[in-house]
Write a protein that binds this ligand. Structure first.
Ligand SMILES: [Zn+2]
Ligand SMILES: [Zn+2]
Length: 124
């Protein structure tokens, strides 16, 4: 089996946003679109957010309404039109192997490889 490391770099940009599941034409992975919303823990207003380093973060540090830095992430089952400016779309790769432990190990391995930590040439 050849592991294609470029797969882990794919941003799945060709997945349509109005579908729940689709296969990415660039890497062949099954992708699930998931929508998230960030709300202020203090006054509960919706805050604009973005996806950064595998985490959902609010665009601003402080709530524009009450000045709080506390927030919580709400997962949306369905995206509604009024929420669009606030929602963050996360494209999750759907793993099709049932053995979870095995799969986590593979992911860790790939991450390390892509960071170059395990790429050691054999000393001759
Ligand atoms: Zn992809
Ligand atoms: Zn607030």
């Amino acid at each position: 089996m050849i592991i294609d490391f470029f797969k882990t770099q794919c941003q799945h940009t060709k997945i349509p946003v109005d579908t729940d599941y689709a296969y990415c034409p660039d890497c062949g992975e099954l992708i699930k679109n998931e929508w998230y919303l960030i709300r202020c823990s203090c006054c509960n207003i919706k805050r604009t957010a973005h996806f950064e380093y595998k985490k959902i973060k609010p665009d601003t540090k402080y709530c524009p309404n009450c000045g709080s830095t506390e927030f919580y992430i709400q997962k949306l089952d369905k995206i509604s039109f009024i929420d669009v400016p606030y929602t963050v779309l996360v494209k999750e790769v759907v793993k099709q192997i049932n053995n979870e432990t095995h799969q986590i190990w593979i992911e860790k391995d790939c991450e390390q490889l892509s960071e170059g930590k395990m790429l050691r040439l054999p000393s001759l």
